[in-house]
Design a protein around this ligand. Structure first.
Ligand code: PAZ
Length: 314
């Protein structure tokens, strides 16, 4: 079976997105807003940051699913640094995963950061007042300026359909578009038409479900959906001895402009960016505890993207 046939089978079998018209409309408005040089200076570069793991449901009325590990920390943090670098960000994220500007808050921010006052009002606890203020102000600036669009997904079906809509909408900005694909995407799924409708009953020793390979959508994104965009994908491994080879293989196979290689246990400390000719190790600056590896990483990618735009004849 050809890749084209696999892709057609995937999209044909996928349950249609509930709100694809609304998503398209939001995207078009967002892209238009960030492409006009009137009012807010120059047209911005626009990056689509994908974040979190996709689920592969085992039942149509889904109770159980196969998941991919990703907390969404990389995507949320990168979004903050992209905004700081002057990008507009489409944040395509797993529902419930880490959100930009909330990383420094406790797990239950509403319950832990606030306290009742004597006159039964609510105030921010002193220990959190700076971080709450920063989070709200930075988030407000991004949203009020129209520079941050958040789109949630849960399943691999939603994710790939949304990624396609985003890529198609971004075609009109040519090389000013970037894809930063940090989401952990399922390699296997149960085609919708082969999936049972109701909750699978227990009782048998063996759970017999057939998972088929998700078609490799990266090359389609790169070649067909968004041929002029600057494309960065991620490679995660737990075995560091195969990591760089895998990253280089992905770079070639999918014709990415760069692949960011990371190992699970050290992913917040260092990553390696491969571009084919170069292999650049990017480390978190330990001198400040509040620093993130995404700080130097986004700086590097933003510079490379600027050069890419300059050199393009678009
Ligand atoms: O989301 P997180 O911060 O917990 O982890 C980030 C990551 C390891 C999922 C990401 O950096 C990555 O490598 N994404 C691609 C995963 C993959 O190879 O499918």
């Amino acid at each position: 079976e050809t890749l084209e046939a696999q892709i057609k089978a995937f999209f044909d079998s996928a349950p249609p997105l509930h709100s694809s018209d609304e998503i398209t409309q939001k995207l078009n408005q967002f892209i238009r807003h960030n492409s006009s040089s009137s009012g807010n200076g120059e047209a911005r570069r626009i990056v689509c940051v994908t974040s979190g793991g996709t689920t592969a449901p085992l039942e149509q009325r889904c109770v159980r699913y196969v998941d991919n590990f990703s907390s969404g920390h990389r995507g949320a943090t990168s979004t903050e640094y992209f905004l700081k670098a002057g990008y507009a960000v489409i944040f395509l994220h797993r529902r419930g995963s880490f959100q930009p500007f909330c990383r420094s808050l406790p797990d239950d921010p509403l319950l832990e950061c606030f306290e009742p006052t004597n006159d039964s009002n609510i105030q921010v606890r002193k220990a959190y007042s700076e971080s709450v203020k920063r989070a709200i102000l930075d988030h407000h600036t991004a949203v009020a300026g129209g520079h941050l669009l958040k789109l949630p997904f849960s399943t691999i079906f939603e994710y790939l359909q949304m990624l396609q809509i985003i890529a198609m909408s971004m075609r009109c900005i040519g090389p000013r578009a970037m894809f930063y694909l940090a989401a952990a995407v399922s390699d296997y799924y149960v085609p919708w038409k082969d999936m049972v409708e109701h909750k699978i009953q227990s009782g048998s020793h063996l759970l017999d479900v057939k998972l088929v390979q998700v078609p490799k959508m990266l090359s389609v994104l790169r070649i067909d959906w968004a041929p002029l965009a600057f494309c960065i994908s991620f490679k995660l491994e737990t075995d560091s001895s195969i990591l760089l080879n895998k990253a280089n293989a992905a770079l070639e196979k999918y014709k990415m402009h760069a692949v960011v290689a990371n190992e699970l246990s050290t992913r917040k400390e260092q990553v390696v960016v491969t571009t084919g000719v170069e292999k650049i190790t990017v480390r978190r600056d330990n001198s400040e505890s509040a620093n993130d590896v995404e700080n130097p990483l986004i700086k590097l990618l933003s510079e490379r993207h600027a050069t890419y735009i300059e050199n393009s004849s678009w």
